[in-house]
Design a protein around this ligand. Structure first.
Ligand code: F6R
Length: 604
């Protein structure tokens, strides 16, 4: 977690750093800080507990510096506090450091180097900055050499940016496993955890790779390996539209992103289908998937739920068993794999550590893999054999919405491509591209009905402490995602259940007024789900039924459009995302930045 940004220029960099941190706030927002090297002794260091706006309030017009580093934090080692906020200055002020990642051997480093050092916080980063200072003092090294030496001893994940206050004409950065990009301008350079942090300054980016260190001045970027080999790497143009990261007139990014979903479907359609409705995905990749005897989808959270929602379609059209696994479990308790296993990593950010640790293991076993992500250039995209991109545009609200529907859509396109290549009839439509055009309209219709959902929230969820979502088949998969959305942003304890399973224990939790939201789009089981809803209603539950038109009844709360089963999740989820959104907003929470969370989870 955490976001870092650094800059060197011929003018004050404070504003740019602050803007970069605002853009990185999705990565963590429990505390933040900026350090600027300048003529004042030791430079200016300011930190604040809380979101970036708390830091912004503490920055005075007098704060200036032509080189600086900033950080926004999601606590791993040590509570969120000013003392634990970055940047960290070494005990005698020789170096200042920001860090994203987790140092695994921080205790050993402390034991080895810092017996006589007074530490003020509890972070692993404070250990590293002091180790660098010790190496400078004990071995007579300059900051860069000490940094390099420290890097050879550090185990774990990191993106670092380091300043030696006595050399304000440069700063240094290095990475291992955590993301870090370099931004290039005519007379300035930056580093940032992602392109968003720098796109307001430049779209000319260079990727720094694991095991490299970079020295940045206003007019040079020197990348080298830890053993001193120089690396030449030319910048590429980042495909991020600065406007697409603005909230515009929306009160929250989440609402904007929910409403962007039809547009995302159109982008996927344009990217992945040609004029004749044939899928445009590398045929080697399709062949590898067709040749596999089992697909293993590995993901976390919402992405895991997207895998579950697409599983039935993948199995039907590819005619191959599909297993969907939670990444944090899979890596350490790997099931018996079939001889021709094929791995699909689903990840909005492409940086999730739980998923990456599985990819590292599957790579060691030489198993073929594909990453489906929203972020080109992300770690999972680079490290898998192949990558496909979601075309969802930056997703800034912590609660994922458009990436979820894009993931289901892209998995469906993938399944279709395999069926098309095989040439048989597996129940796939004759023209999936056309079906996507229709779904785009139905999604728009769901969004236009948002005031009905807002009213329902006011009526059914004003003070409830808990809620249940139930469904069968794909409705169960959607129920899991709907419950996650509601709980993560409104703090209502919400659970998704297979409708038939509720009565095997959990029904004991139903009391008078407990909201139970029933999802009904499955022809084969709708009467059973209605039966389960009756069971809870007779025990006092307040039921809210979302049913598709052909299965709807008079007192259902919300009628969903009739769409093919393989696309049902794409429309069912929209009113449920809105339900979560309004529940959070009605309770007065910051919808985009729920407590304790961060968008990109780069720790295991
Ligand atoms: C919830 C949410 C998370 C992520 C999960 C995996 O709204 O966004 O559950 O889905 O942390 O992240 P990615 O998809 O980036 O691997």
């Amino acid at each position: 977690m955490c976001g870092i940004v650094g800059m060197i220029a011929n003018e004050n960099v404070c504003e740019v750093l602050l803007k970069g941190l605002e853009r990185l706030e999705y990565r963590g927002y429990d505390s933040a800080g900026i350090y600027l090297a300048n003529q004042e002794e030791g430079g200016s260091l300011v930190k604040a507990q809380g979101p970036i706006k708390a830091l912004a309030h503490k920055i005075t017009p007098a704060m200036h510096g032509t080189v600086g580093i900033g950080h926004t934090r999601w606590a791993t080692h040590g509570v969120p506090s000013e003392a634990n906020a970055h940047p960290h200055r070494s005990e005698h002020g020789k170096v200042v450091l920001v860090h994203n990642g987790v140092i695994e051997n921080y205790k050993e480093l402390k034991e080895m180097y810092l017996k006589d050092t007074t530490l003020t916080g509890e972070t692993d980063t404070e250990i590293v900055v002091n180790v660098i200072e010790q190496l400078m003092a004990n071995e007579g090294l300059d900051a860069k050499s000490a940094f390099k030496k420290a890097l050879t001893q550090i185990q774990g994940s990191y993106a670092f940016a380091l300043i030696d206050p006595t050399q304000p004409d440069r700063f240094y950065a290095a990475k291992n496993k955590s993301p870090l990009l370099i931004g290039c301008g005519p007379d300035f350079h930056l580093v940032g955890s992602d392109a968003l942090a720098m796109i307001h300054q430049t779209n000319q980016l260079i990727e720094l790779q694991d095991g490299e260190i970079v020295t940045l001045t206003t007019d040079s970027v020197i990348i080298e390996t830890l053993d001193g080999q120089k690396i030449q790497r030319t910048p590429y143009e980042a495909q991020v539209d600065n406007d697409s990261i603005d909230k515009g007139t929306y009160p929250f990014y989440m609402l904007k992103e929910i409403e962007e979903q039809p547009l995302v479907i159109r982008r996927l359609q344009q990217k992945y289908f040609d004029q004749t409705g044939n899928v445009r995905i590398d045929s080697d990749l399709i062949q590898k998937i067709a040749a596999s005897d089992r697909l293993y989808i590995v993901a976390c959270g919402t992405s895991y739920h997207a895998g579950l929602a697409a599983k039935a379609t993948l199995e039907a059209w590819i005619k191959t068993p599909v297993e969907v696994h939670v990444a944090s479990e899979f890596g350490y308790h790997m099931p018996l794999l079939t001889p021709k296993a094929f791995f699909i990593f689903l990840s909005q950010s492409g940086e999730t550590a739980d998923s990456r640790q599985v990819l590292v293991k599957t790579n060691q076993l030489h198993l073929p893999s594909l990453t489906i992500t929203n972020v080109p250039g992300s770690t999972l995209a680079r490290e898998a054999d192949a990558a496909l991109f979601l075309e969802a545009g930056p997703e800034i609200a912590v609660a994922s919405t458009k990436a979820y529907t894009a993931q289901i859509s892209l998995l469906t396109i993938l399944a279709y491509a395999v069926a098309q290549q095989r040439g048989g009839n597996y129940g796939q439509p004759s023209d999936l591209s056309h079906e996507f055009s229709l779904i785009e309209e139905k999604m728009t219709q769901m969004i236009e009905d948002k005031s009905a959902i807002h009213q329902a929230v006011k009526h059914y969820l004003p003070t409830t402490r808990n809620a249940f979502f139930i469904g069968r088949g794909v409705d169960y998969a959607v129920a899991l995602e709907a419950a996650l959305k509601l709980k993560e942003i409104s703090y209502i304890q919400a659970e998704g259940f297979a409708a038939g399973e509720l009565k095997h224990g959990t029904i004991a939790l139903i009391e008078t007024g407990t909201p139970v939201i029933g999802l009904i789009t499955d022809e084969a089981t709708h009467t059973h789900t209605r039966g389960n809803l009756e069971e809870v209603k007779s025990r006092g539950a307040e039921t809210m039924i979302f049913a598709k038109a052909s299965l709807a009844q008079a007192d259902d709360l919300f009628v969903l459009p009739d769409v093919p089963d393989y696309l049902a999740s794409l429309v069912t989820i929209i009113p449920l995302q809105l339900l979560a959104y309004y529940a959070s907003d009605e309770r007065g929470y910051d919808v985009d930045k729920p407590r304790n969370l961060a968008k990109s989870v780069t720790v295991e």
